[in-house]
Design a protein around this ligand. Sequence first.
Ligand SMILES: Cc1cc2nc3c(=O)[nH]c(=O)nc-3n(C[C@H](O)[C@H](O)[C@H](O)COP(=O)(O)O)c2cc1C
Length: 244
Amino acid sequence: MKTASLKRSVFAALLLLPVLAWPHGQELKTIKLNEPNKTRGLPVMEALSVRASVREWSEKDVSFQDLSDLLWAANGINRPEIKKRTAASAQNAQDVDIYVFMKDGAYLYDALEHALVPVAAGDHRDEISMRPGSSPGGPGSAPPAKPEGPPPPQAKPAGPLSPAPIQLILVSDISRFRAGTTEVKKEWGAIDTGIVSQNIALFCAATGMATRPRASINRDLVKSLLKLTDTQYPMLNHPIGYPK
Ligand SMILES: Cc1cc2nc3c(=O)[nH]c(=O)nc-3n(C[C@H](O)[C@H](O)[C@H](O)COP(=O)(O)O)c2cc1C
């Protein structure tokens, strides 16, 4: 009996090994991004002329230079001597963090270092973005987002969104505002997120890349994957890639 019970324990321990060895962010490395190329892209009026939200992305991976430039344009440091950003923020709170979900894992964009800091290993792009037609999220999934309001009469019926090689999640940490009620801080967080979002949209329009701002996020899953605090709000999702 004793031998059988020992065998069962060894078997159970062996079954557990892959679970214990599963990387939880520690196997990903910090990625130093390339210096941004500040001379590329269409002039601003031409970029505004072609800005549009897309629904389909090509399967091509985003190049390292494009990702480096995109993150700098979105909310990078443009005046290092005073540590200010490409995006304005209320009270200069710099409350908007950009999380970058790629095939191998999720990273936080560190603007001061212009680097990606690993946060969670594994491919979570589909489950966090709640694309219509994508697989249901993992533990803590929120119910599917309500579809947006009825389309204007002239609009073509919208098909499902195709997968994009990169998913950005913009998170506002309202604890960085020095003053104001929680309600006002949430408003500022939303406004600041909108400014970063428009930087992303204009960068994409200017450089032949493709994006779409999306409020549809599996917030519960994002919060648990990224270990967000109660003052960090996942605000917007930006799928990123090249047009199909
Ligand atoms: C705050 C905000 C939230 C949005 N959320 C979604 C969304 O959840 N899903 C989606 O497919 N599009 C979303 N969109 C994109 C809008 O549908 C899109 O911007 C609108 O149709 C106008 O198209 P255009 O950006 O090409 O001008 C969102 C846009 C904004 C500004």
